[in-house]
Design a protein around this ligand. Sequence first.
Ligand code: PHE
Length: 460
Amino acid sequence: MDLNEQNREQWVSRVGFILAAAGSAIGLGNIWRFPYITGTGGGAVFLIVYLLAIFFIGYPIMVTEMTIGRKTQRNPIGAFKALAPNSPWWLVGALGVLSGFVILSYYSVVGGWSLAYIFKAIGGSFVTGTAFDELFIGQISATWGPIIWHFVFMAITIGIISAGVVKGIQKSVQILMPILFILLFVLVVRSLTLPGASKGVAFYLRPDFSLLTWRSVLNAVAQSFFTLSLGMGAMLTYGSYLSQKENIPDSALSVVGLDTLVAVLAGFAIFPAVFAFGFDPGAGAGLTFITLPAVFAEMPLGAFFGFLFFLLLSIAAVTSAISLLEVVVAYAVDELKMTRVSASIIIGLIVFVVGIPSSLGYSVLSDITFLGMDLLDTYDWISNCVFLPLGGLLTCIFAGYVWGSRNTAEEANKGEGSFKVGDFYSILLKVIVPIAIFIVMIFGILETLNAHFEWGLPFF
Ligand code: PHE
């Protein structure tokens, strides 16, 4: 195990760090969310805006977060305290820890569905095309089943995090990430070789600019945050286990590149298959859990490919969930002086309990809604439309103006690397990124309120 002078664990290799950060980034966001928002957002045009957002907004924030982490070698709260002592900036870190907690609580519920589907696929349930109903609606098992799977998912996450940064996180991603890439490759080949696949490819790649709406631009920017695990200190925490020798601009570029590759490939695994069997690509959040099982039910050897797909989704979800738990555990270990094992178990169990209502929102608690959303969507909305953009905005302002963009860039560029950040990065950090995030956040919130209260605001 490598330790630095503060007895803090460090990644054993550069590749280990990149895989861990890519594992955090690549998750349900890439395979579940990205395809469905691309499907509803107009396909190819959405993809173009998304790529711009990833490189001009996501990338600079990722560099910034990793840099603050590496510089301070601390959890998000400790990091802001170290760089700006006796000031309220630590609250930005606290917001991050809170976001990690909330996101993990419902992320684990969806991760649990994915685990359950692995077994449903093997058991042949997809043949009926009603897997979601069987799991979630109108039965006692619909209440307990998903909660048990949520528990299993959290138990796996706790197991990995309690083993530590090197023996837990790094070791698991070194095994799981290559499997993820292989599974994805197999599924893309299967999907593209189905008769009728080309209609799906055309939808995905031929831009129709008339489909570009203000709303899809907002969705693209918001998605770039979630998919890169930004705005809540996950990349900051992973950066805190990085040695001063490693170059951040290079590593962040690899992480962003891998995340984007997986999202784009997930589209190639899903759209051609959905079109080949005549389903609707714009089905929304149910695309993965309702439409795809129906697609697998029609496909030759569908049980096998369904199994592979949900295994892929589960692996992606686990390698992201561990980064969410790590943020909270790092805080408990650094600041509350808890041991890693007890922090992982205690926090993991609390997260499990907090997540239960979002699971029950599909059965006994389905009457409870907030702004017209069920409980899981509410958790998702608060974290993605409020917490993450706010965290990202404040992190940029902090790095750009309080710590100073020059200090941040200088610190980021330490270590050997072919790529350095410079003046353009400073401009992005100080002006462009904060303005873009601010607009997205305000309009995102207004849009939801406008739709719910029927204010009839122009423009939406
Ligand atoms: N990036 C993960 C995904 O795409 C989600 C995530 C968000 C993980 C924030 C950590 C922090 O699924």
